[in-house]
Each structure stands twice: as C-alpha cells, then as structure tokens.
Ligand binder design. Structure first.
Ligand code: SF4
Length: 381
C-alpha cells in the first residue's frame, strides 16, 4: 500500500513536469537526437574511446584505472583509499552495481551516502527502486519515520522541508570531515577526460570538492566524444528526468589547481589533490558487439521509462536487479549480471520506447534477451 501511494504521488508530480519542460524548451529534443548519434559512435568504437579517455585523464593530472569487473573495481578503490576512514558517496549506480558501500563497511570504513534518496535507502537497508529517485517506493510518512528513528530531532508530523533539514544538519559534519569522496558520472568526455555530474541537492559539489581524494567510477558507456557532448548529456538527462534546469552541473577535470601565480598551473589548490577515474567494463564491451543489445548502452539514466511502464507499477518497483530497475533495469540486469529473467516479464506495451529520449527500442532489446533466456533454459522468476 505504501508503494502504491508513493508511486502515484511520484507519477502525479513528475510525468506532467517532463511534458512541460519539453514544451517550454523544444531544443531539448534536438539535443537528445544529436546526443544519440554521438553515443552510437562511442558504442561502435568503445575500446578506442576508452583508450582516448585514459590518455586525456593522464594529461590533466588525474589517475585513470580501467577495470574489467566488480571484484577488480573494489580492489582498486580499496587500494586508493588505503588507511583513510571517512568516506562520502553520491550519485553512483556503478558503486551499487559493484557492491562498494557494503564492501567499504566490511573494511570498517565510516561510509555515508549523501544523496537524500540514497541516504534513506542506506538507513532503511533496502535496495533502490528507481534509478534517479532510489527511495521512490517510500512515502513521505515512511521517510519521516526512518529519519526520526535514526537521527532523532524531528517533531510528529514533520513536513517534507523539516525532514530534509534534519538530514542536511546530520550530513554537514560528514561533508566537512570526509577524506574521500566517491561519485559516479553522468558523462565523461574522451577528448578532455572531464567528468560531468548533474544534480540538484548540492551534495555532489561537496563530495567532489571537499575531501582530498575524489574517485569517480563509471561504466564505459558514459564516455562521449567531446566535452560539449558531455554537457549535452547532463542537460538532456535533467530535462527528461523532469528536473530542468538542473540546480547544479559539476565539471571535474583532474585534481584542483591554480594558475594565479605568474599563470603557472600548479596542483593541488583548495579542492582534491588526487583525482581517480575508474572505468568499468562488466559486460559492456560484450553488449556493444551485439547489434540489438548495444542499444541499451545508449541509456542516459533519466528514469522516464519507469513511470510509463505498467509492469514496473504492478510489480511494486521490484523489477530488475538493483540498482537497475524498470524497463532499463530489465535490459541492464542482463548486461551486467547476466540475469535474463526480468526480460520475461515484459508485456511489450511499448510505453517505454515512446518516451525514451535516446529512442531505445527497449521492447526489441528485451525480446532479444528473452530469446536467450529461453534458449539457455533459464528459470522463470
Ligand atoms: S531507457 Fe531511455 S527512458 Fe529509460 S532511463 Fe534509459 S534513457 Fe531514460
């Protein structure tokens, strides 16, 4: 029942807002089409673009790492962090994909999610149910109860604003004292090695700038050819998520630096002294070689397909292997976890395909995965 209330409120709040954004800013649809072309080029030449990105990151003073799977990714993060204890995280589905928070907790680190939705998920010890609003299955009442129990300091029947204010107060100290900030990336530009992150809360700004070490971790498919395309992806993603204009777009190119003395560029300055970019394969290269599956790599994680999908609603958001959910999640559960079962539940209503900014033919991709599931004799959910 809580889920039904929460999702109905979400649909009422979000779906009309996306249509309004697209009507008010008609150029967004053109940007999306242009972006699709650029991303197709990357997918068709994935390894070449990974190499270019690696060289660009080195050139700007960052440290690139290319990893093939979750285990290797966790090992690299563990080495970078070393003895450091205090870690803040934000905006990374790949971190969830590789089980990073739990891994760091097992190592005895003090780890906090800083995105409000992810923070609520951490408190509840539950998996995320939506790719941009991970706590979408929680009603305001449930979020209030969680925050009151974990942090205290909330009056009965607290408002949305009071809940957010209490979390803000708690996390302030974590932001200031963190030694390592871990983020994902909305896009990475191959030509400059820059990472773009789009957000509204301000937590990413803190996470990328406040600690002395910034680790960005992302899948290969987040690479776009040039910096303008990376900016484009941030704008298109925000618009189709219904959050346009985004409050913040963060651009990180290597560690902090200054050129204020004789214009000689030196590093670090006030921000991080180390910048690491971890690029993860985990099934992406294999998918890029398949004529139909490769379409899934175009996904910009806007989350629009979820709210137009009857299966996602009927299954209470529990469709896909977390953090990947909904129609995109049914595709991505196969790509990164090899789980084809979710595809079998698709009813091919086609709502996802109609609203996807990248024009991904999601039902066709799922049909492809379904045929593999049957051929492999997979157990149906
Ligand atoms: S599949 Fe399309 S609509 Fe769904 S999250 Fe990805 S880009 Fe957005």
């Amino acid at each position: 029942m809580t889920w039904e209330i929460a999702i109905n409120r979400t649909i009422r709040n979000n779906v009309p807002r996306v249509y309004n954004v697209l009507e008010r800013h008609p150029y967004i649809k053109d940007l999306a089409l242009e972006l699709r072309k650029a991303k197709l080029d990357v997918i068709n030449n994935l390894e070449k673009y990974v190499e270019e990105t690696v060289e660009s990151v080195k050139r700007i003073g960052g440290i690139p790492h290319v990893v093939s799977d979750s285990h290797e990714a966790r090992e690299v993060v563990t080495k970078i962090i070393g003895e450091r204890k205090r870690i803040i995280m934000g905006k990374s589905m790949v971190a969830y994909e590789i089980g990073l928070r739990e891994h760091l907790k097992r190592l005895g680190k003090d780890v906090w999610e800083t995105d409000l939705g992810e923070f609520l998920i951490q408190l509840a010890n539950e998996p995320p149910s939506h790719i941009i609003a991970p706590a979408v299955h929680m009603s305001k009442e449930r979020a209030e109860e969680l925050v009151r129990e974990a942090l205290g300091g909330l009056s009965e029947d607290a408002t949305h604003e009071q809940i957010v204010a209490r979390v803000r107060e708690f996390l302030r100290d974590k932001f200031i004292n963190a030694e390592v900030g871990i983020t994902g990336a909305n896009a990475i530009s191959a030509d400059t090695g820059s990472v773009i992150l789009v957000e509204n809360e301000g937590n990413i700004r803190f996470t990328t700038v406040s600690p002395s070490v910034h680790i960005a971790i992302a899948g290969f498919e987040k690479i776009v050819p040039t910096l303008p395309y990376a900016m484009m992806e941030a704008l298109v993603q925000a618009a189709y998520a219904g959050l346009y204009p985004p409050t913040y777009v963060n651009l990180t190119s290597g560690p902090s630096s200054t050129g204020d003395i004789e214009m000689k560029r030196v590093s670090p300055a006030h921000g991080p002294k180390e910048f690491h970019l971890i690029l993860l394969d985990n099934g992406r290269v294999k998918a890029s070689k398949d004529s139909e599956l490769s379409e899934a790599l175009l996904c910009i994680r806007c989350g629009r397909c979820h709210l137009h999908c009857p299966v996602y609603r009927v299954l209470d958001g529990k469709w896909g292997t977390p953090p990947y959910s909904g129609p995109m999640g049914a595709m991505w559960s196969y790509i990164v976890y090899g789980n084809a079962n979710h595809s079998l539940l698709c009813t091919h209503s086609g709502g996802c395909k109609e609203v996807c900014p990248m024009k991904i033919n999601i039902p066709k991709v799922l049909e492809r995965i379904k045929s593999r599931a049957w051929m492999q004799g997979k157990e149906v959910l």
